[in-house]
Design a protein around this ligand. Structure first.
Ligand code: NDP
Length: 248
């Protein structure tokens, strides 16, 4: 029975991802520079990020453990935790304290993250292909883990550059250096590479679904950020693309 529910949930998530992308191409998620009124009660940005991301940091390991994760799966959990411990416990406190985020956005992110943790945690255990220690020598794990780490490095470097600009207190300015040389949202590009790496390293449908959702969430926002930069800064670098160097 649970296996059927699990697979139905996976299929529903796979169908919902492109629909979400279509909605986000028309309606920007109302936080950061796209903040606007009419989205209900607001809470502090820092606490919002902490609440949104904590379920992913807290619950993947217990769900996978209860599902009978094997030794190789523990290395996959470690990759996940490197990302989420930073995102839930460190990143929020580096943000500017003046910003707020609608509670409705926080609640929907918590809901998504709980489903995502369930799908990925169960897939690391008895509902996935199985991850013995020998999994770590497969081409999927090696390629996926390299991509994950590369994506994480790009994401962290790009977020660090943005947070430094924010701290400088000059308002929004044109970011420079790192992958900003080529694209407007390298932090999003890095995040997408990370979860594509995760999908390859886990080689299961839950990982693929998460990677597709990450792209569905962030590609429309990268497009919107790019249009915003070009409108706001007349001298915005002409060759800089939205998300993919030289391509898009
Ligand atoms: P943004 O790039 O919009 O903003 C990141 C921070 O930098 C914010 O504090 C922002 O301030 C500041 N900032 C951005 N651009 C400038 C600029 N030009 N000048 C000065 N300050 C600037 O990222 P998000 O807030 O959307 O995302 C943060 C992280 O979360 C990213 O790493 C992203 O990949 C990840 N994320 C992942 C998602 C997923 O689905 N997996 C979904 C959403 C985010 P301000 O808030 O005032 O704009």
């Amino acid at each position: 029975m649970e296996t059927q529910v699990y697979h139905l949930l996976l299929i529903a998530m796979l169908i919902l991802a492109p629909l979400t992308a279509l909605v986000l191409l028309r309606v920007d998620a109302p936080y950061g520079r796209q903040s606007r009124s009419g989205w209900g009660r607001l809470i502090s940005n820092r606490w919002g990020w902490f609440l949104m991301e904590s379920p992913s940091a807290l619950f993947l390991a217990p769900v996978a453990w209860l599902s009978g994760v094997q030794l190789g799966g523990i290395f996959l959990i470690a990759l996940w935790e490197v990302h989420y411990v930073h995102r839930a416990l460190i990143f929020p406190w580096r943000l500017h304290e003046s910003r707020t985020v609608p509670l409705s956005i926080v609640a929907s992110a918590v809901f998504f993250n709980l489903i995502n943790v369930y799908l990925n945690g169960r897939a690391l255990g008895s509902l996935g292909p199985g991850y013995p220690l020998a999994w770590l020598a497969t081409p999927q794990f090696i390629v996926g883990a390299i991509l994950f780490v590369a994506g994480l490095a790009i994401n962290l470097d790009s977020d660090n550059r943005l947070l430094a600009l924010k701290r400088a207190g000059q308002g929004y300015v044109v970011p420079r250096g790192g992958l900003f040389r080529w694209v407007s949202s390298p932090n999003y590009l890095g995040e997408m590479i990370e979860w594509t790496g995760w999908a390859i390293a886990t080689w299961n449908l839950a990982g693929l679904t998460f990677a597709i959702w990450t792209i569905a969430n962030l590609a429309p926002r990268a497009r919107s950020h790019h249009a915003w930069y070009r409108k706001k800064f007349v001298d915005y670098p002409k060759h800089r693309r939205a998300l993919l160097p030289f391509i898009y």
